[in-house]
Ligand binder design. Structure first.
Ligand code: SAM
Length: 287
């Protein structure tokens, strides 16, 4: 059986470990430069310094980050420590394959096949990467786009800080605009921009129904508000693609689901194996 070390024990490295074919690959250790992680375990696997991990003489080293600069830095560090095996680059998987996007494609197919009625929406649009996909997948349907277009709001950040959910800051993701997003959409005439603080921007849409909602606001308060607003308004068979449900960098998403379930009972939720830890929630045909 091949042996492997993962260099980089952050969100992506941990999620990559979950994608391994464990019957064929034996994960020996995570290596990381953050010394506060050394001598801890992630799902039972020890975390150690890069040097110690390389010293295990694994056959393979997966570089568990996705940006090019950090990928190169970790690779060079492992080489300098004497790594002689083969490198696998998560950066390449991330660049060419996208589990979340592929799932979205099949969700859309299913919704069209089942003739699930309703509009499409995204809460948390930023520069419109997911909005573009939603608009392309549903050219005939109204696409509501909810965002401050000025980044995270202080009210939401104060909750993150007081409950230590994330290190997010007011104004993160502010380098965008509704014009930028609209200009890149394939069917901009189907888009309805709802600019401002959610849930205030849902006012007036109480009677609307949704077939598919992408919930990608990162933070506890807007995600909980999003579940409260959208879930009861999903058409039967309708779906929410919830980003970050299993993301250790944005714990508010999981906490928001927990809070919603404590108030209203369990949600039919399926976690995905993408690197961001997304999940799909489906509105049953019969409640
Ligand atoms: C991770 S980004 C979204 C990424 C986007 N879905 C994509 O495909 O690239 C999160 C977005 O949520 C928005 N957001 C967070 N809280 C919000 C709130 N209370 N009201 C409106 N927008 C909010 C931020 O402004 C930010 O643009």
């Amino acid at each position: 059986m091949n042996t492997l070390i993962i260099l980089g024990a952050g969100q992506f490295g941990k999620k990559a470990a979950g994608l391994l074919r464990q019957e064929k690959i034996h994960l020996l250790a995570f290596g990381d430069n953050n010394s506060s992680l050394w001598e801890t375990r992630l799902s039972g696997i020890p975390v150690m310094s890069i040097e110690q991990a390389v010293g295990l003489e694994a056959d393979l080293a997966l570089i568990g980050v996705t940006d090019h600069e950090r990928t190169n830095a970790l690779k060079s560090q492992a080489e300098a420590c004497g790594f002689r095996g083969r490198f696998l680059l998560l950066e390449e998987l991330y660049q060419f394959f996208d589990i979340r996007s592929a799932t979205l494609h099949f969700m859309a197919k299913r919704l069209e096949e089942c003739r699930t009625a309703g509009a499409i929406a995204e809460l948390g649009v930023y520069k419109g990467d997911t909005a573009w996909k939603l608009n392309a997948l549903f050219p005939q349907r109204t696409l509501y786009l909810f965002d401050t277009f000025q980044g995270f709001d202080t009210r939401d950040i104060s909750v993150e800080e007081s409950r230590s959910f994330s290190k997010a800051a007011t104004g993160d993701f502010s380098d965008t605009s509704e014009e930028t997003v609209l200009s890149r959409l394939p069917f901009p005439e189907k888009a309805v921009i709802r600019k401002g603080f959610f849930p205030d921007t849902a006012d007036g849409l109480e009677k609307e129904h949704f077939a598919l909602v992408s919930l990608d606001a990162d933070l506890y308060a807007p995600i909980l508000a999003g579940l409260e607003f959208f879930y009861p308004r999903l058409s039967p068979g309708g779906m929410i693609l919830l980003h970050d449900y299993n993301n250790s960098r944005f714990r508010g998403a999981h906490e928001a689901v927990d809070s919603y379930e404590a108030r209203h009972g369990g949600l039919p939720l399926v976690p995905l194996c993408d690197l961001h830890g997304s999940a799909v929630i489906i509105r049953p045909y019969q409640l």
